[in-house]
Design a protein around this ligand. Structure first.
Ligand SMILES: Cc1cc2nc3c(=O)[nH]c(=O)nc-3n(C[C@H](O)[C@H](O)[C@H](O)COP(=O)(O)OP(=O)(O)OC[C@H]3O[C@@H](n4cnc5c(N)ncnc54)[C@H](O)[C@@H]3O)c2cc1C
Length: 545
């Protein structure tokens, strides 16, 4: 065991592991990349996290950088839950619900809590946390906060950033801070602190002050975004200031989250589901745009294309038998309205039906929960693709997270099909139609040189497509390591330089998850590409996407 591991073992309450097995386990997440850590720490409490950060800071001051990568369930699709130094694994011990305020609906949890466990507890209070990801069963809340995760309900309710009220964060030097929106007076107190926290507030305030125009210009037309640092959200016109939105989506590169306080919503499980079939992309686009205009938006607007249904029919012939009719519609959309007991929502369903009729779509309204479950299988059948292996081919998450403004939805789909044609690819499309946020996982074999080269060619073409449509390279999974080389292309050199400065303010020695988000070259990413892809440590649960 290394000196570092010995030191940590002596000073921490939690366990320290250096076995080859443990390191191998943590050498992959759900991405196509791999990186073996030096050791794994299972912090028992915040003090363990604080001591680990303090220790690496002191080493870094003497010129030795040991990266720390915070880790939840390791379901990250962007390679951001990987690191070459210390993995801080939260789910083992730091997984408690600390407080639920039934009046405000705010829940405070430790970072390693399983998302589904929290959701079940909230349901017993008739509340829920809307931006849950499809990986809800096996991912953590800390991971969702760090990735600004979102999911099927985001179209109506927003993303994780919208629900994160406050955080407890261990800074790079081991200092612990509490974030929340500060009014002018509270903020000026922070500016006066003679601590690292004070330094951060001062430096960030000056950075925003000097670059307000560049920051304002970075606001894009997409409905959600997990790429870059959310500098636009920190300082408001009323003079208030909040570090919380910056930590959300920062993928462990600015600080380590130990606790999160999140707002919740009334749980409204009575829903009406409209299953709509569109014979053309134009029809589907018109539906998305018109449904988004309703005064109360659908709580989900999810889609699959005919290629996905064709693949599912071949790979799992009984799964959708009697659920979808052939020939498959070009696009099938599941449009959900929650709180259906409410008269207002019934009116919304009527309005949505009128829109669909006018557009010429076929549709069916389902209010019986057991029948709805049957129809939701259409969308969830994408899991068949994700879990499938055939002659070494696997569905790879390499171009799976681009989002464009909703009015470019049709062009996005057309562009994707053109990429598939050019590359002679077997690929299908599914995802969050209401946000024009689509998932694609082409079948490739990472043991083949030709396919390995194809990975990067496809990423290049795909990124160009998404950016040419005014989109973002990441709607919810984060740019992490995999997409980080494209961040400058998305934001332009000035905003990218600000991201680099933000990183430097919070992490001057580069100990916090380096190689993620900023300062990443494509050559470094290429060197991390796995020789085979598998979701093996996630098969305890159905890998819904
Ligand atoms: C099949 C499948 C489906 C998915 N569907 C979705 C989806 O619908 N929506 C979506 O948004 N994502 C989705 N994802 C991606 C991923 O599951 C989510 O982003 C999830 O929220 C990550 O949680 P985790 O606990 O696994 O985090 P990890 O993978 O362990 O970590 C994710 C990132 O968060 C950082 N991190 C973790 N804990 C902390 C902490 N305490 N402090 C600071 N940083 C921390 C890590 O360093 C890493 O950068 C999916 C993944 C898979 C495999």
């Amino acid at each position: 065991m290394s000196k570092v591991a010995h030191y940590l073992q002596e000073h921490l309450l939690g366990e320290v592991m250096t076995s080859a097995d443990a390191r191998r386990y943590f050498s992959t997440d759900a991405s196509v990349l791999a990186m073996t850590p030096a050791l794994v720490v299972y912090p028992r409490n915040e003090n363990d996290v604080r001591k680990t950060a303090r220790f690496t800071w002191q080493l870094a001051e003497r010129g030795r950088v040991i990266p720390i990568t915070a880790r939840g369930a390791g379901t990250d699709l962007s390679g951001a839950a990987l690191g070459s130094g210390i993995i801080l694994s939260f789910p083992a011990h730091m997984h408690k619900i600390l407080e639920f305020d039934s009046k405000s609906g705010v829940v405070t949890v430790e970072a390693g809590i399983n998302y589904a466990k929290l959701q079940q507890t909230l349901h017993t209070h008739d509340r829920f946390l809307p931006p849950y990801p499809a990986s809800v069963e096996y991912s953590t809340v800390g991971g969702a906060v760090a990735n600004n995760s979102s999911g099927e309900k985001t179209v109506k309710y927003g993303d994780t950033r919208d629900y994160t009220r406050a955080l407890r964060v261990v800074l790079a030097n081991g200092e612990v801070i509490q974030t929340r929106r500060l009014n002018k007076r509270e903020f000026s107190k922070k500016l006066g602190l003679a601590t690292f926290e004070g330094e951060i507030y001062r430096a960030l305030d000056a950075l925003i002050e000097d670059n307000q125009k560049t920051i304002d210009a970075a606001i894009s037309g997409v409905t959600k975004n997990a790429a870059g640092y959310a500098l636009t959200e920190v300082r408001r016109k009323d003079g208030s200031f909040d570090l919380t939105p910056l930590f959300v989506g920062s993928q462990g590169t600015l600080g380590i989250v130990t606790e999160a306080s999140l707002e919740t919503e009334n749980y409204t499980p009575d829903t009406a589901l409209i299953v709509a079939s569109f014979s053309s992309l134009e029809q589907a686009q018109a539906a998305v745009l018109e449904l988004r205009e309703l005064d109360d938006m659908p709580s989900a607007m999810e889609m699959v294309d005919d290629r996905l249904l064709g693949l599912v029919e071949r790979l799992a012939p009984n799964l959708l038998k009697d659920v979808v009719k052939k020939p498959f519609a070009r696009v099938t959309m599941l449009i959900e309205f929650d709180a259906y007991g409410d008269r207002h929502q019934k009116k919304m369903v009527k309005k949505a039906s009128k829109i669909l009729e006018r557009i010429g779509a076929e549709y069916h309204i389902e209010t019986d929960p057991s029948q709805q479950e049957k129809y939701w299988k259409i969308r969830h059948s994408s899991a068949v693709i994700v879990g499938h292996a055939e002659n070494g081919l696997k569905a790879l998450p390499i171009i799976e997270d681009g989002i464009v403004p909703p009015e470019r939805f049709r062009e996005y789909l057309e562009g994707l099909y053109a990429i598939f044609e050019r590359a002679h690819l077997q690929a299908a499309v599914w995802g969050h139609a209401g946000d024009a946020h689509l998932h694609v996982q082409p079948f490739l074999d990472l043991s083949q040189v030709g396919d390995r080269q194809k990975v990067f060619r496809l990423m290049e073409e795909y990124t160009s497509l998404v950016l040419s449509l005014g989109g973002s390279i990441s709607g919810e999974h984060g740019e992490g390591r995999l997409r980080a080389p494209y961040l400058a292309k998305q934001y332009g050199p000035e905003m990218y330089a600000l991201f680099q400065k933000v990183k430097l303010i919070f992490d001057p020695y580069g100990t916090l998850n380096p190689g993620v988000k900023v300062n990443v070259s494509m050559d470094t990413v290429k060197a991390l590409l796995r020789s085979g892809y598998s979701l093996d440590h996630l098969y305890g649960h159905l890998p819904r996407t």
